[in-house]
Ligand binder design. Structure first.
Ligand SMILES: NC(=O)c1ccc[n+]([C@@H]2O[C@H](COP(=O)([O-])OP(=O)(O)OC[C@H]3O[C@@H](n4cnc5c(N)ncnc54)[C@H](OP(=O)(O)O)[C@@H]3O)[C@@H](O)[C@H]2O)c1
Length: 316
């Protein structure tokens, strides 16, 4: 029997293939029936060969995914068939995976799988971005692409830290009436919104000229964290802002940040984030759930943009 999977194709495309069923779990492993996976901007970058890291061409795509334990191998005593789990490793656009127990996080029974499928990347990204930005309670941080899933998590986690967030969008967003529209004079409008409170950090995932506008919002010695490339343009920052303002620019990527934390650190972070999610019920919009067998169509929908995430139904 084969297991359907989506692999990278020619640049910009995918291959829908039938892979041999993964082996039964060995010692310390689990076999997981995959259920749901979102199509994230990073997946589109991977398909387009524009991702920051080189990914294997012979393994399934998919940074996030959730499933249900089918079989637990010897030595795995804390997971049983039917338990919902979230995958920590890539390679989730497939029907079935066998992987080390240490590569999965147990989810609470009864968890909504659509929301759970979106918990692997953006919540820890938001949390670690706030850390990378060095913000403390009482600080103000500005973020662009404020309608994004990461930005929603930044708002939620910043509120928990008593950090104020100023949202910037590229066009008016009825769901974020408080957000400031990006463009000329952004720094003045952001400054008017926060009064005389210093802006310690800026979170930029747009790049291009937007990065310069975010840098201009910062108070002296502020920190600019670049973590995405939605514009597709190289960042452009007036150098006087760096010299005059003593700004620091740094890049951020989730996986290296997690690697530096070690597996125990990552697990502790997810314990915290899953508990926070269970209480906060931060529900992100889902645009459509599309069968894995129609992945090409789902990817086209994700590329077209619009509110809500396109999810793959990995059972169909
Ligand atoms: N470095 C990391 O480890 C890491 C981890 C996770 C995510 N990211 C990055 O974080 C960013 C957001 O990801 P996400 O999954 O949260 O996004 P998302 O939910 O898919 O939302 C994308 C948002 O970006 C906005 N947008 C798209 N193109 C834009 C452009 N050219 N200029 C300004 N805004 C634009 C959209 O605005 P409209 O509503 O106006 O269409 C939308 O609100 C992406 O760049 C992603 O690659 C990085």
């Amino acid at each position: 029997m084969n297991s359907l999977a989506v692999l990278p194709g020619a640049v910009g495309g995918i291959r829908l293939v039938g892979l041999p069923m993964p082996s039964p779990p060995g010692v310390g492993e689990v076999r997981v029936r995959m259920l749901r996976a979102p199509i994230n901007p990073a997946d589109l970058l991977a398909i387009d060969d524009r991702y920051a890291f080189e990914l294997p061409r012979d393994l399934p795509l998919g940074a996030e995914g959730v499933g249900m334990v089918e079989t637990a191998g010897d030595g795995v005593s804390d997971l049983a068939p039917g338990d919902p789990v979230m995958m920590l490793s890539r390679g989730n656009w497939c029907a079935c995976r066998t992987l080390p127990r240490s590569d999965v996080v147990a989810l609470p029974h009864g968890v909504g799988i659509d929301q759970a499928a979106m918990l692997r990347i953006n919540p820890p990204t938001a949390l670690l971005l706030l850390e990378a930005a060095g913000v403390k309670p009482g600080d103000v941080v500005v973020q662009n692409a404020a309608g994004s899933a990461v930005a929603a998590w930044v708002r939620a986690l910043a509120a928990r830290m008593e950090v104020t967030v100023v949202d910037v969008v590229r066009r008016p967003d009825p769901e974020l009436p408080q957000a400031i529209v990006d463009g000329d004079g952004l720094a003045d409008r952001v400054s008017a919104a926060v009064g005389d409170r210093p802006i310690r950090a800026a979170l930029d995932c747009v790049a291009g000229a937007a990065t310069g506008r975010m840098a201009a919002c910062l108070s002296p010695a502020g920190r600019l964290v670049v973590f995405g490339h939605l514009s597709g343009e190289p960042i452009s920052v007036p150098s006087q802002l760096l010299t005059g303002g003593g700004l620091t620019i740094r890049g951020f990527s989730l996986r290296p940040a997690e690697a530096a934390m070690g597996r125990d650190g990552v697990r502790a972070m997810f314990d915290d984030l899953l508990a926070f999610h269970a209480h906060g019920q931060l529900a992100l919009p889902v645009r459509e759930v599309v069968p894995l067998s129609r992945a090409e169509e789902a990817i086209a929908q994700a590329r077209a943009g619009g509110k809500g995430r396109v999810l793959l139904d990995l059972t169909a």
